[in-house]
Design a binder for this molecule. Structure first.
Ligand code: AMP
Ligand code: MG
Length: 353
């Protein structure tokens, strides 16, 4: 165990506060920091010993590569052996922002950082604290989500504290994140860019910029896992709350009816129930002591649902609920990313009505 320092930032005057965190990174230590997607657990990406510490602190399998965070676009060419034209276009369009590009790596990126792969995932975050920290540390920062492996990703500093207190040198508290789901990962090593993990940069947005885009077939779900996802992290059980979670999908009326029936059944077994529902349906479920009902957001606003998803899963752990039912969310924009995380949290368990 080590002493974990909490560095709280609440206004624009934070450069001095970041100095200490940057020193820790430069000397091979671990610092968790806010980004616009989720909190990241950072280490010097070019220092293999430092990168290894990330795996130990998270309990992360060593074949699951880390995303390398940069603060300036020129850094991309120092890490990637080839920067294809489409990568330049995508970087131009979406950096700084919630998009990771997978490219062939240069020697300088250690295998400890790339999870043994000859490619590297690179991202330039839009969060100002994150970019200032990277610049002060004068090195690219490897950072996966700052949670214990398998748990929901952290969207506020308290979540990081819960998982990593005593295991990292410092946590920078920059308040709650804006997006709440991890970055869109796009593999640009082939002739057509391929989305390996959906996020706030949607398929439609990518298509606008580069014309064509493919989806890793393992993202389409429902098929048996005979194929391996191309993003190694996507094969692991993820974001899982302690209770069993079921996603209920179908016409809205039927979904409400089914969840109400499931509530009755669970109550008869004296179970404590967690519900994740839309604002539009909230009042259609009973108000009862044995139910923790959380509104994820409006059915019209997938970004709001995304922002609340992981914190809600953690909250249900605290409330010690026995079973969780979630409405399914479909639609434009971030719906695909929301459903990808929700179905992973559910271990792919869906009730169709
Ligand atoms: P996390 O930031 O915790 O979501 O973890 C990083 C994610 O990025 C994992 O799902 C990795 O599998 C994925 N990733 C990072 N680098 C690569 C790469 N070179 N190729 C494919 N996936 C990657
Ligand atoms: Mg993660």
């Amino acid at each position: 165990m080590m002493q974990t320092k909490m560095i709280v930032i609440r206004d624009k005057q934070y450069r001095d506060l970041l100095r200490e965190a940057a020193d820790i990174l430069m000397s091979g230590g671990l610092v968790a920091f806010p980004t616009e997607t989720v909190y990241g657990l950072g280490a010097d990406a070019l220092n293999p010993q430092a990168a290894k510490k990330i795996y130990a602190a998270k309990g992360r399998p060593s074949d699951n590569p880390l995303i390398v965070h940069i603060a300036d676009e020129e850094e991309m060419g120092k890490l990637a052996r080839e920067v294809p034209e489409m990568a330049k276009k995508l970087a131009q369009a979406f950096w700084p922002g919630p998009m990771t590009l997978v490219m062939k790596k240069r020697e300088i990126v250690p295998l400890e950082t790339s999870g043994g792969l000859d490619t590297v995932g690179i991202r330039m975050p839009s969060n100002e604290i994150a970019r200032s920290l990277i610049r002060l540390a004068k090195t690219p920062i490897a950072a996966p989500s700052a949670n214990t492996s398998g748990r929901p990703s952290p969207t506020q500093a308290e979540h990081v504290w819960e998982d990593l207190n005593g295991k990292v040198n410092a946590i920078i508290d920059g308040g709650p994140v804006g997006i709440g789901l991890e970055s869109t990962i796009i593999d640009v090593t082939g002739s057509v860019p391929m989305i390996l993990r959906p996020g706030a940069i949607t398929m439609e947005m990518v298509k606008e910029v580069v014309g064509k885009v493919e989806l890793d077939p393992t993202l389409l779900g429902n098929q048996e896992m005979t194929q391996r996802p191309k993003a190694p992290g996507m094969k692991y059980r993820h974001y899982a709350p302690k209770a069993e979670l079921f996603v209920v999908e179908g016409k809205n009326e039927k979904v409400v009816e089914k969840i109400n029936a499931l509530i009755k059944e669970a109550q008869s077994k004296k179970m404590r129930i967690g519900l994740m529902v839309s604002r539009e349906n909230r009042d259609r479920y009973p108000n009862h002591k044995s139910i923790d009902c959380v509104v994820l957001g409006s059915r019209e606003d997938e970004a709001e649902v995304a922002r609340h998803l992981f914190a809600t899963l953690r909250e249900f752990d605290h409330q010690k609920v026995d079973i969780i039912y979630a409405e399914s969310f479909s639609g434009e924009g971030m719906a695909m990313a929301v459903m990808n995380r929700l179905m992973k949290a559910a271990g792919q368990k869906k009730i169709l009505v």
